[in-house]
Design a protein around this ligand. Structure first.
Ligand code: TXA
Ligand code: MG
Length: 352
């Protein structure tokens, strides 16, 4: 299969290219498309066969359901059996945007789309290409991130093609994504609501909007949790991992640099090619290794935007082990630290 690459303007996409992509979706095909967070791999959410092929192409376990994307708040009432009162205010304030809401599912949704659960994850992305594709397809679009299962999520069309080129019908290429980490997943079927995955909508903002909201223990876990504590199925799998081994060094910044330098020396003496995932403030502190900066520690939105791209770049340069500096777990930093810890398989070193 040849994957059609359709370059489009992120603000005003060429409608002919969007319609061509929508035709694939309508016929049960797979199309990758940009959202504000990461690229998604889309299929008609109401077509069980199409969604099944989506799992197959991604090599994703069948018990980990994708997010269903819509272009109009009205659509939520078809997909959800019940829309709780507090969801209305959230949808009004945060959609379109990087917030996924979990509802009780309705009967129109095929079992495979929700992996047999009685709930469904829904969001309206803040990206004109995604919204146009959903509108032209005339159906809700099930879309997990457009990477092979376990790999860092794709923030550009190149990343998608590296993982899935030749195995999907088309990709709408609108350049790099803006947020860089996936949407925040908020479960509204429990009281108080619970964040199952931190992401593009900061926890602090949700707390201010909702009053009562909790973080699922898996969000801030420093080791893999047992299944009974885990309510978001995706949480239990190895995730976001480059081919290189990852070690995260956490603590106050000077201690982190000292510990990270020690680790660089240690791994080099083992004869390994070492990379350091640093920040603008610290990047010049290292030698004898491949150093990449996430951006300034004072701007965690930029750090989030660069994270997945840099993890993939280390792999392309053949780095064996990545020593990653921790950043403050506030704002978008909470999502960054959650992804880094998972990418490391919870290989966390505390610097003090
Ligand atoms: O930003 C994003 O959310 C991107 C873009 C493409 O929209 N999508 C994305 O999808 O990250 P995916 O499939 O890679 O991650 C979906 C997450 C998984 O952690 C999954 O377990 C969780 O949402 N999820 C889906 N349905 C769920 C449900 N019914 N209950 C709890 N968690 C659910
Ligand atoms: Mg994913």
């Amino acid at each position: 299969m040849k994957t059609l690459v359709l370059k489009v303007d992120p603000q005003e996409p060429d409608i002919e290219k969007v319609r061509l992509s929508a035709d694939f979706i309508k016929k049960g095909g797979l199309v990758a498309f940009p959202t504000e967070t990461v690229y998604g791999l889309g299929a008609d959410a109401l077509n069980g066969e199409a969604v099944l092929s989506l799992f197959r192409v991604k090599r994703r376990p069948l018990d980990n359901p994708p997010i269903v994307h819509i272009c109009d708040v009205k659509d939520v009432y078809r997909l959800a059996e019940m829309v709780p009162f507090r969801a209305k205010a959230l949808m009004e304030r945060f959609w379109p945007g990087p917030l996924t809401l979990i509802f009780k599912r309705s009967e129109v949704v095929p079992d495979v789309t929700v992996a047999g659960l009685d709930t469904i994850a829904v969001r309206m992305p803040r990206h004109n290409v995604a919204l146009a594709l959903i509108r032209e397809s005339g159906c809700p679009i099930a879309a997990p991130s457009a990477n092979l299962a376990g790999k860092p999520s794709p923030t550009s069309a190149e990343h998608v093609l590296d993982d899935l080129g030749g195995r999907i019908d088309a990709i709408l290429d609108a350049g790099p994504t803006v947020v860089g980490v996936e949407s925040t997943v908020l479960d509204l079927t429990v009281d108080p609501p619970q964040v199952l995955r931190p992401g593009g909508t900061p926890f602090e903002v949700l707390r201010e909007a909702l009053g009562g909201v909790e973080l699922n223990p898996a969000v801030t876990a420093e080791k893999a949790l047992w299944m009974e504590k885990v309510r978001s199925p995706g949480v239990k799998y190895k995730h976001y991992a480059p081919d290189a081994e990852v070690v995260v060094v956490e603590g106050e910044v000077n201690a982190v640099v000292a510990k990270a330098s020690e680790l660089v020396k240690f791994y080099r003496e083992e004869g390994r090619k070492v990379g350091v995932l640093a920040t603008d403030e610290t990047a010049t502190c290292y030698g004898g290794c491949v150093v990449k900066s996430l951006g300034s520690r004072r701007d965690l939105a930029v750090v989030a935007r660069n994270l997945f791209r840099l993890l993939r770049e280390f792999d392309l340069e053949g780095v064996d082990v990545i020593v990653a500096e921790g950043v403050p777990a506030e704002g978008l930093g909470l999502a960054v630290m959650n992804r880094l810890r998972k990418a490391s398989g919870y290989h966390i070193v505390k610097a003090r």
